[in-house]
Design a protein around this ligand. Structure first.
Ligand code: 13P
Ligand code: SF4
Length: 311
């Protein structure tokens, strides 16, 4: 048996023995996606964390995602294989920034992207993900000003398509910020027959030359996977973290997927390895614990999002 086979066998034994569900984001390493019980985007993973009956969630992703799972599932144990897996977006706004923003806009309503810390969520009115941001914004009465953070590209895209009065925080994802219109235009020139699937965190997502195209779709990660199956196109330019190509290729073997930049990976997501998953299962570490005072304040912002999403 190879070393990898031994690790996989032990992971399999421990996950059953300890009643663990393994959740993984589409941007994790392929071998992590291959052992996951469920692979999803931020919204899908939150929904799965809320509904699973397993007593332990092993979250293969970054810290804010495991925190979100812990906020909505107080009775369950949430483990993350690498506690240092952070996120440039989540780091771009702190709770004191939100408090100051609210003080300056006392009638404003805070909508936070789910890529935020538990402390930021505790000061947030409604959370959103890339899959439901437009739905969340249009659920808010038009006369209310929205304070939207921390992703400026997603916020600008939503402001453009909804025409709403949105104050935008100046944060970005260091991976998606690098997916510029120039890079996408270059690929479009080389593959004129391809459909273009763009994550809204991307720098190019709200650029007029992109929005004017009838073969470009702005979608969350799970939206891309769905569109690739439904579309009559056989070729796609994929403008997001290249981890999603693993599922796209597995699910649609007859189609061609061209990543905008195969080398621009989220190294935070990629910190999760099979060795760390095994260590996590063996040691019941790292346990994600949110102080109850913070958890109780953060919970309604996620619950509202899940309610709006189900409407
Ligand atoms: P989604 O999972 O909502 O597609 O967002 C992508 C992302 O960058 C998550 O960190
Ligand atoms: Fe954060 Fe970007 Fe990595 Fe997602 S891809 S976890 S937004 S740094």
């Amino acid at each position: 048996m190879t070393k990898k086979e031994e690790i996989l066998k032990e992971i399999e034994r421990l996950r059953k023995e300890k009643d663990v569900i393994i959740l993984a984001h589409y941007y994790t390493n392929p071998e992590i996606q291959d052992i996951a019980d469920y692979i999803g985007d931020s919204l899908g993973l939150s929904q799965m964390a809320a509904k699973t009956e397993s007593s332990t969630i092993l979250f293969c992703g970054v810290r804010f995602m495991a925190e979100t799972a812990s906020i909505i599932s107080p009775g369950k144990r949430v483990l993350i294989p690498d506690i240092t897996a952070g996120c440039s977006l989540a780091d771009s706004i702190a709770s004191k920034n939100i408090q100051e923003w609210k003080n300056k806009n006392p009638n404003g309503l805070v909508v936070s992207y789910v890529n935020t810390t538990a402390e930021v969520k505790a000061l947030t009115d409604i959370c959103c993900t890339s899959a439901n941001a437009a739905k969340v914004i249009t659920s808010i009465p038009e006369n209310i000003k929205v304070l939207f953070g921390p992703d400026k590209n997603l916020a600008t895209y939503i402001k453009t398509i909804t025409g709403r009065d949105i104050d935008i925080w100046d944060g970005d994802c260091c991976v998606h910020e690098d997916f510029t219109t120039a890079k996408v235009d270059d690929l479009i020139r080389r593959h004129p027959d391809a459909e273009i699937l763009i994550h809204p965190e991307s720098n190019c997502s709200h650029h007029p030359s992109i929005l004017e195209r009838d073969n470009a779709y702005i979608l969350s990660t799970s939206g891309m996977v769905k569109r690739a199956g439904e579309s009559p196109a056989g070729k796609f330019i994929i403008v997001t973290e290249p981890g999603v190509l693993h599922q796209l290729n597995l699910m649609h073997p007859g189609k061609t997927f061209i990543p905008v930049d195969i080398n621009n990976k989220c190294y935070q997501m990629r910190k999760v390895t099979l060795e760390k998953v095994l260590w996590s299962l063996q040691n019941d570490e790292f346990l994600v614990e949110i102080p109850e005072t913070i958890r109780a304040k953060a919970y309604p912002s996620i619950e509202r999002m899940l309610q709006i999403n189900s409407l």
